[in-house]
Design a protein around this ligand. Structure first.
Ligand SMILES: Nc1ncnc2c1ncn2[C@@H]1O[C@H](COP(=O)(O)OP(=O)(O)O)[C@@H](O)[C@H]1O
Ligand code: SF4
Ligand SMILES: [Mg+2]
Length: 327
């Protein structure tokens, strides 16, 4: 359904002074993955690893620097604007913060109806009917259509965002941290809603989250991102049973153990330091500055994503080592 090949998104940043060199943020720096139809790929990684930029670039809300994105067999980059517009109807996004992404001056009904107006679809009565339909689909009541975003709870606001994303009957949705701003109890409700909608409507999802606990609830496959690159990708069960990249192992070790799904994978590892700046990413393996088992080779030679087990890809020169002792 979706195929992303060597995607790069570089942002030029303002020079510090007249003689300073022009700098570039390597937000996404060669990310590759694919998502089969009706499947959900989880994209996980620390804040700043390039997850949101990847999602925005897929929908062309940001222009990629290079790389190829194909959707349903068609390359998105070289379409004329009309073809792309038709394609874009099939791809939608739900953002993390349902407050800033909903216009406070529009009613919930207007917000959900807006995409139908933009694409000039249906008569007035048909649009009304469609909005009522998606309202009930996401568990909102038709009489709530006339309320404004601030009159809803956080969870309900996220239901409005989901309704807006669904109104054009898309096939693919990027969910960018859709529950990260919500209380844990509400998170479960929204995750259940998304899983149910995915199954009922046969949706393909790119589900972005920094939280492996959230990822464990909804994804078929998981891609782990570090400093703009995918460092490990595997079916969810394989990844949770045996994470092979030292960074993925460290991510698991940071998850509270009360989640029984994660128990097997959890070991105690302390990563040193913060994620380095994407302006000058480290040479060789980008993780070498924090990796507890880094060797000389890791500083000079960049590891490529290679298959270590069936469908289990890892970019590391020494995959699968138990790093809990070294850390
Ligand atoms: N418009 C932009 N201009 C410059 N830098 C950006 C821009 N958007 C994102 N970045 C930088 O790119 C990196 C990746 O950001 P982002 O994709 O938001 O990561 P994530 O979603 O994983 O937290 C970060 O270092 C961020 O500061
Ligand atoms: S390539 Fe080296 S530095 Fe990178 S994750 Fe593997 S062992 Fe660590
Ligand atoms: Mg983000």
């Amino acid at each position: 359904m979706l195929n992303v090949r060597d995607l790069k998104v570089h942002f030029p940043v303002a020079k510090a002074g007249f003689f300073a060199r022009r700098q570039v943020v390597h937000a996404v720096d060669g990310a590759s993955f694919e998502i089969p139809r009706s499947k959900t790929l989880g994209l996980v990684g620390e804040s700043g690893s390039g997850k949101s930029t990847t999602g925005l670039a897929i929908l062309r809300l940001i222009k990629p620097t290079s790389g190829e994105i194909t959707f349903d067999g068609r390359t998105l980059g070289d379409m004329d604007s009309e073809t792309f517009r038709a394609m874009r109807r099939r791809m939608q996004i739900v953002f993390q913060d349902p407050y800033s992404s909903l216009d406070p001056r529009s009613t919930a009904g207007e917000i959900v109806r807006f995409p139908l107006d933009i694409h000039a679809l249906g008569s007035n009565a048909e649009r009304k009917e469609r909005v009522a339909e998606v309202f009930s689909l996401v568990g909102l009541r038709p009489r709530q259509m006339d309320l404004f975003p601030h009159q809803f709870s956080g969870g309900q606001r996220q239901r409005i965002s989901i309704a807006r994303a669904l109104v054009l009957q898309p096939e693919f949705i990027v969910c960018d941290e859709p529950v990260s701003a919500l209380d844990v109890a509400i998170q479960a409700q929204i995750l259940n809603l998304l899983s149910r909608l995915r199954d009922e409507l046969n949706l393909t999802l790119l589900f972005i989250s920094h939280d492996l606990g959230v990822i464990s609830h909804i994804c078929d496959e998981v891609a782990v991102m570090y400093l703009g690159k995918v460092v490990e990708k595997a079916p969810r069960h394989a990844l949770f049973r045996q994470p092979l990249h030292p960074y993925t192992q460290a991510l698991f070790s940071a998850v509270p153990t009360r989640n029984p799904k994660l128990k097997g994978a959890v070991k105690r590892i302390r990563l040193q330091g913060d994620i380095p700046s994407p302006i000058n990413p480290p040479s060789g393996c980008r993780f070498h500055t924090r990796c507890p088992i880094a060797q000389a080779r890791c500083r000079s030679e960049e590891p490529q994503l290679t298959e270590q087990a069936s469908d289990h890809l890892v970019a590391c020169h020494f995959p699968g080592q138990d790093i809990s002792v070294a850390g």
